[in-house]
Design a protein around this ligand. Structure first.
Ligand code: UDP
Length: 327
């Protein structure tokens, strides 16, 4: 299939673009490079620089390459930042994706796989979280993704758009040649590994008074390649299904302190940590049940050990201490 990967120069988008190529699809990457990196785009993919703010740019690409399916990774992704700059998140994540949906309808593209997030659930009543759990985001980032999920439902009903919304838990890990490189970096694992590289003096633990066993937030870390393989499966499944919603995680939670400890073990560096206030918008615990996609599509995460996931990230960071080196 000819697939447009929007945001395909980013962390998860570029890994998925590679996975699509490996599965025999043709890939066009569309990315503004505001956050993404040209060097992250796999060699076998076409690249078009463009922005979801301009609907005509998207429509042009869809028609020019006769695109049959779209995967949408283009979004601002920082929960903490979204609580300071809500307008940026609604404009980019909601209005930008609306332009994409309108362009798809206009160009006759009827399949879309959307990057959603565990943040749509907010503070979960039951752990692990299943797809039918209540949707009450506690940060603007999660709200912006939920708004797109709701738009997708209407576009499905009214325009026949077939879609999958994949709710990721915490993406992590890398490959020797491709990894996580955000500017500024805000995520726990890359920041902790930057301490081990000597690029930061310490890691801050945001909140130690959460209702969790050690007082720090608990998250479910999933390797980026396992996320990528789920996208390829979901795309294929849209042949038979009109609407798919799946959680993607490993089903195991690790506290911030535990993640830092694993990073110490993997790197052999003492990694000093300092306790800091809570970061607004952080739910205490997010752990996925991915039973539904395992049952229905046969997806299995290949990376089930946090130590292995962190080791794969460490390999990328050691080989690329300045990331892609373009910032
Ligand atoms: N976190 C932290 N220190 C940092 C960065 C993150 O304690 O420097 C915490 C954050 O508050 C959250 C967890 O680590 O509880 C995972 O945060 P991250 O930003 O990696 O992912 P998120 O869960 O927000 O998607």
């Amino acid at each position: 299939m000819r697939v447009l990967v929007v945001g395909g120069a980013g962390y998860i988008g570029s890994a998925t673009a590679q996975c699509l190529l490996d599965a025999g699809h043709e890939v066009v990457v569309f990315d503004s490079l505001v956050k993404g990196h040209r060097a992250a785009v796999p060699a076998g993919a076409e690249f078009v620089q463009g922005d979801l703010a301009h609907r005509e740019q998207i429509e042009d690409v869809l028609r020019r390459f006769q695109i049959e399916a779209v995967m949408d990774f283009a979004a601002f992704i920082e929960a903490g930042e979204s609580m300071k700059e809500p307008g940026r998140y609604f404009r980019n994540n909601v209005c930008g994706t609306l332009n994409l949906l309108e362009a798809c309808v206009s160009a006759g593209v009827q399949r879309l796989v959307f990057s959603s997030t565990a943040a749509v659930y907010g503070i979960a009543e039951e752990i692990p979280i299943t797809e039918d759990a209540p949707l009450h985001p506690v940060n603007v980032y999660g709200e912006s993704k939920l708004m797109v999920e709701r738009m997708l439902e209407w576009y499905g009903r009214l325009h026949g758009l077939r879609y999958a919304a994949l709710r990721y838990f915490n993406a992590a890990g890398g490959r020797p040649e491709r990894g996580e490189d955000h500017h500024p970096e805000t995520h726990l694992i890359p920041l902790t590994l930057q301490v081990a590289l000597g690029q930061r003096p310490h890691i801050a633990i945001f909140g130690t008074d959460y209702p969790t066993p050690d007082g720090t937030c608990v998250r479910d870390y999933i390797h980026v390649d396992d996320l990528a393989s789920a996208h390829v499966l979901a795309l294929q499944a849209l042949d038979q299904h009109e609407r798919l919603i799946y959680n993607l995680g490993n089903g195991r939670g690790f506290s911030v302190r535990e993640v830092i400890e694993v990073c110490r073990k993997v790197t052999g560096h003492p990694i000093p940590a300092v306790e800091a206030p809570r970061r607004p918008g952080d739910p205490p615990v997010l752990i996925a049940s991915s039973a539904k996609i395992q049952r229905e599509l046969g997806w299995r995460p290949r990376w089930t050990s946090l130590e292995d996931i962190v080791a794969s990230a460490w390999e990328w960071h050691r080989r690329h201490p300045q990331g892609y080196g373009d910032r």
